[in-house]
Design a protein around this ligand. Structure first.
Ligand code: KIV
Ligand code: NA
Length: 265
């Protein structure tokens, strides 16, 4: 296939063609996911948990994100490559974010992702004006897990949902080219997706987002503890890893994942 581009992802959002995204941390999986037709690879700071064995994403360092981004970039050919700005690498100022984003872009990222609303608007504007595509991340933002009091659903009451919507609109207005919504009620995510002209990729955010993302190790059934409700193990009934990834791509495209009765809020 031809390389996935930002205009292509925007067209998919507009046309209601579902976007597929998985996290990816190394070159072998980058090749496998790319060949299975996954649209976007996310070098997520979830690598702190699934690769490093930490209990949150907070300890992850920028140099580690750059290292894994470089690994993924070498194995990838056509997928859109997004890399997470880790905790502490962008909170200080737009200038700090610009320096950190530069490191990830030079490691091979095509877009950087950062968490939070409101205070991130100046940073999103600064990066996007300087030619760095930005993906915003709202809802459950794992880098703030200690402030949020755990991994819990966000935007549940009317006021919280209104704030989520305001932040999403303001971030898109500031130049964000994509939005990840994590752990929010399906109805809230659906309304935000309808209102935005940029793709909204959900995780635990219902079937009506422009696309879906899962942590690779979760969808391969490798998570030791009871995985969150929004996860499906795609190795069940599959003939191997490539087949499991293909089943995920197919399930997202045909909107058979996520299932409102099983994986949503
Ligand atoms: O780090 C990560 O894996 C993520 C996704 C869950 C969206 O940010
Ligand atoms: Na992340």
């Amino acid at each position: 296939r031809k390389p996935v581009t930002l205009p292509r992802l925007r067209d998919m959002h507009r046309a209601g063609e579902k976007i597929t995204m998985l996290t990816c941390y190394d070159s072998t999986f980058a090749r496998v996911l790319d060949q299975a037709g996954v649209d976007c690879l996310l070098v997520g700071d979830s690598l702190g948990m699934v690769l490093q064995g930490e209990s949150s994403t907070v300890p992850v360092m920028l140099e580690q994100m750059a290292y894994h981004t470089r690994c993924v970039a070498r194995g990838n050919r056509t997928a859109w490559l997004i890399s997470d700005l880790p905790f502490g690498s962008y909170q200080e100022s737009p200038e700090q974010a610009l320096r950190s984003a530069t490191a990830l872009m030079q490691a091979g990222a095509q877009m950087v992702k950062l968490e939070g609303g409101g205070w991130t608007i100046a940073t999103v504007r600064c990066l996007s004006e300087r030619g760095i595509p930005v993906c915003a991340h709202l809802g459950l933002t794992p880098q703030s897990v200690h402030a949020l009091g755990g991994w819990r659903i966000q935007g549940r009451d009317e006021r919280a949902a209104a704030t989520l919507r305001e932040h999403a609109l303001a971030l898109a207005d500031a130049g964000a080219a994509m939005l990840v919504l994590e752990l929010v009620p399906s109805a809230v995510a659906a309304a935000i997706t309808r209102e935005l002209s940029i793709p909204v990729v959900g995780i635990g955010a219902g079937p009506d987002c422009s696309g879906q993302v899962l942590v690779l190790h979760d969808m391969l059934g490798l998570t030791p503890a009871q995985p969150p409700r929004f996860v499906r193990d795609f190795t069940q009934g599959s003939s191997g890893i490539e087949d499991a990834v293909s089943r995920y791509v197919d399930a997202v495209r045909t909107v058979s994942f996520p299932d409102p009765a099983l994986h949503c809020y």
